[in-house]
Design a protein around this ligand. Structure first.
Ligand SMILES: *Cc1c(COP(=O)(O)O)cnc(C)c1O
Length: 419
C-alpha cells in the first residue's frame, strides 16, 4: 500500500483523482496546504451557513471544550443542551414541543422513523408503512436508504432495505398525481410520510411548489399519517426562510434538522416531535420508553456551537444576507440563460441550479469532469449528474459570487467544445 490509508466517502479511489488537502477555511474561502485558495460554492456539502470559522462559533466551541466536553445524556443533562432545546422551541413551529438530540442528518431521520413506529405501537395500532416521494434522499444508513431513492448507490444493500410506498415527484403540472398517490397510501393506513420540503436536494435539486407541500400535509393530517419534514438541508434559511415548511404555512409532526444547526462547524442533529408522539412513549412502564441513544447524544461542545448559531440568527442580519444572496443567485443564473447548455434553470432561496444540456445518459461522467474543471479554476462545485448547483455560505461577497459564475461560464464553454 502506498499513500494515505484513508478510504474517502463517495470516492472511487481506483480513478486516482487528486484529493486536495485543505489547511484552513475562512468565510467562503478554503485554503489548501499549497496556499492555493478555493471558493466554497457548496458550503462544504450544504452545512456551512454563516461562513467557515465564524468567530462566535469557534469561541463557543473552545470555551465549552474547556468546561464540559462530554457527558452521558441518558438520565443526565447539561446547560448547553437545556438552553439549546429551549431556543429551538422558541423559533421552531409551536406544535413541536420535544427535542431529541443525535449526531447527523441520517440519525435524525432514523430517530424520526423510530418515533413514528413507536407512536403507532403505543397507540395500539400496528401501522408500519412509510410513504416516501420519488427522488428523495434522507441519508446513507440502512433505514434512511430504505426511504430514499433506489439506484446504483444502494444496489448492494437492496436486500436489506425495507419496503416503502412511493409517490411520484410533483414535477411542474404533475402535482395532482402526487397528491392522489399520497391520498391512496394514507387511506391504506400509512404510519408516516417523509419528505424534503420544497426541494429534493441530492435527488437533483428538483423544486416543487409550496401549495403542493401544504396539500400533502393536509392529506396526511386527514388520515392520521404522521408528517415528517426532513429539513436537514432546507433548514436554517437555505430556501429563503428559516424553514422551507414556513413557505407552505405548515407544521410537521416531526422535524429533522442537522447541517446548519451548528452553523456547519461540528456535527449535531435534532429530531423535534409533537406532544402526542412524546406522550405515546410516556408511561410508568420502562418498556414504553424511546429506545434510542448514541454515545455523543447532545454533546456539550456541539450544543454550544448550536447556541452560538442561534445567537448569530438573533443578533446578526442573517435574513438580510440570505435575501441578498438569493437575489444575487437569481440575477446571475438569469444572466447565464444565453448559454446554449444551460437548461431548466431554477432557484429556491439561496440555492441556484440548472442542467447542462438535456441528454443525461451520455453525460454520465460529466459531473466528475466538471468538478475537476471547476477545481482548476479555484471553485468548489460538485455537480449532481448533469445538474450544476451553487449553494454558498450566506456571507459570500458579490465579487466571490461573480467569480463562481465566471468559472461556470468558462466550464460550460469548455463542455460545449467537448461535443
Ligand atoms: C444531507 C442530508 C441528510 C443526511 O445527513 P448526514 O448528516 O449526511 O447524515 C438527510 N436528509 C437530507 C435532506 C439531506 O440533505
Amino acid at each position: 500500500m502506498t499513500g494515505s490509508p484513508i478510504w474517502h466517502p463517495f470516492t472511487q479511489h481506483g480513478l486516482r483523482e487528486p484529493i486536495p488537502q485543505v489547511a484552513r477555511a475562512q468565510g467562503a474561502v478554503l485554503q489548501l496546504e499549497t496556499g492555493e485558495e478555493i471558493l466554497d460554492g457548496i458550503s462544504s456539502w450544504w452545512v456551512t451557513t454563516h461562513g467557515h470559522a465564524h468567530p462566535r462559533i469557534a469561541a463557543a466551541i473552545a470555551e465549552q471544550a474547556a468546561k464540559l466536553d462530554q457527558i452521558i445524556f441518558a438520565g443526565w443533562t447539561h446547560e448547553p443542551a437545556e438552553r439549546l432545546a429551549a431556543g429551538l422551541r422558541a423559533i421552531m413551529p409551536d406544535s413541536l414541543t420535544r427535542v431529541f438530540f443525535s449526531d447527523s442528518g441520517s440519525t435524525s431521520v432514523e430517530v424520526a422513523l423510530k418515533m413514528a413506529l413507536g407512536y403507532w405501537l403505543h397507540r395500539g395500532e400496528r401501522r408500519s408503512r412509510i410513504v416516501v416521494m420519488d427522488n428523495g434522499y434522507h441519508g446513507d444508513t440502512i433505514g434512511t436508504m430504505s426511504v430514499g431513492a433506489r439506484g446504483a448507490f444502494n444496489r448492494a444493500y437492496e436486500p436489506l432495505l425495507f419496503d416503502v410506498a412511493s409517490i411520484p415527484f410533483p414535477h411542474a403540472g404533475g402535482g395532482q398525481a402526487t397528491l392522489d398517490a399520497l391520498e391512496q397510501a394514507c387511506r391504506g393506513g400509512a404510519a408516516a410520510f417523509i419528505v424534503e420540503p420544497l426541494i429534493a436536494g441530492a435527488g437533483g435539486m428538483l423544486v416543487y411548489d409550496a401549495a403542493t407541500l401544504a396539500e400533502m400535509r393536509r392529506i396526511c393530517a386527514a388520515h392520521g399519517t404522521l408528517f415528517i419534514a426532513d429539513e436537514v438541508m432546507t433548514g436554517w434559511g437555505r430556501t429563503g426562510t428559516l424553514l422551507a415548511c414556513h413557505q407552505a404555512g405548515i407544521e410537521p409532526d416531526i422535524l429533522c434538522l442537522s447541517k446548519g444547526l451548528t452553523g456547519g462547524a461540528v456535527p449535531l442533529a435534532v429530531t423535534m416531535a409533537s406532544e402526542p408522539i412524546y406522550r405515546a412513549h410516556y408511561s410508568e412502564d420502562r418498556g414504553d420508553m424511546f429506545f434510542h441513544s448514541s454515545s455523543y447524544t447532545a454533546n456539550p461542545v456541539a450544543c454550544a456551537a448550536a447556541l452560538a448559531n442561534l445567537a448569530i440568527w438573533e443578533e446578526e442580519p442573517v435574513m438580510e444576507r440570505i435575501d441578498r444572496l438569493s437575489a444575487g443567485q437569481s440575477a446571475r443564473l438569469g444572466a447565464l440563460q444565453d448559454h446554449p447548455l444551460e437548461c431548466n434553470a431554477r432557484t429556491l432561496g439561496t440555492i441556484a441550479a440548472f442542467d447542462v444540456g438535456d441528454a443525461q445518459g451520455y453525460l454520465s461522467d460529466l459531473a466528475p469532469r466538471m468538478l475537476a474543471m471547476f477545481r482548476e479554476r479555484g471553485v468548489l462545485l460538485r455537480p449532481l449528474g448533469n445538474t450544476v448547483y451553487v449553494m454558498p455560505p450566506y456571507c459570500i461577497e458579490e465579487g466571490q459570487l461573480d467569480a463562481i459564475y465566471a468559472a461556470i461560464r468558462v466550464v460550460l464553454d469548455e463542455v460545449g467544445r467537448l461535443d
